[in-house]
Design a protein around this ligand. Sequence first.
Ligand code: GZL
Length: 305
Amino acid sequence: PLATLTAILMSSPSFAEPTYGFSQIGSESGWRTSETNSIKAEAERRGIDLKFSDAQQKQENQIKAVRSFIAQGVDGILLAPVVESGWDQVLREADRADIPVVLIDRGVDADPSLYLTKVASDFKEEGALAGSWLAAETNGNCDIVELQGTVGSSAAIDRKSGFDALIGNFPNMKIIRSQSGDFTRAGGKEVMESFLKAEGGGDSICAVFAHNDDMALGAIQAIKEAQLDPADDILVVSIDAVPDIFKAMADGDANATIELNPHLGGPAFDAIAAHNDGEDVPKWIKANGPLYLPDTAAAEYEARK
Ligand code: GZL
């Protein structure tokens, strides 16, 4: 009977939904957690079997996961590369196995022919936007401390270079201290504490530029514990637009954040499908978000929490 025939057809591999592997960096920030949840939900919505690996921030775990996905013969691989170097070999192995790799939210310095596409923001633009807001806010006069993201990550490298290039136009804007807080709240707090101490309490610090909101939230804690007023004594600008930074802005503790889209599963899955249909896929799929200020923060927090 037709029902049996359909059941048999649908169960055969060629009719089944695809199986993808997703090598995720970890859960270092609120943004990454929402990215993971969003990509898993999108796979669920599309009936995709998503094999998920959390690398706990270690590149060797990501490389192991990609090799395991290749051995399982998945139909595609999503990779959020923790750092930008050291991927050539494993990307060549995926390429030889004819498995398309989509880079998610960060880039690699490998030959672009080794991956299908990158779905990520232009971090240089984000750095420049943060810098231009700060220049306008301070009339180009500001001694800045910088909380960098994970050392070697394309997000940290490019946010720094975009910010540096922009403030380079203002002779009275300079970064007086800069160090990695590894994109975590604890890291941001710890490094900000060391900056405040090194600067004799912090009166000399005009602003903190944090490569993500989680480090900014840690820095805000440190600024308060140093008996200073975040967003007033020391301006606070960061990137990600996670709910908690909107709460901080609404509470008068932060000044600006730049939106980073965590919903990258859809574009990634669409790119693999387009590739499988023989269509051309651009090497970089990006959609930078806007800058938010305290005036809309309370509403944004309500909408996102
Ligand atoms: C940027 C992403 C960064 C976020 C951080 O696309 O890789 O990593 O800005 C996260 O919150 O840790």
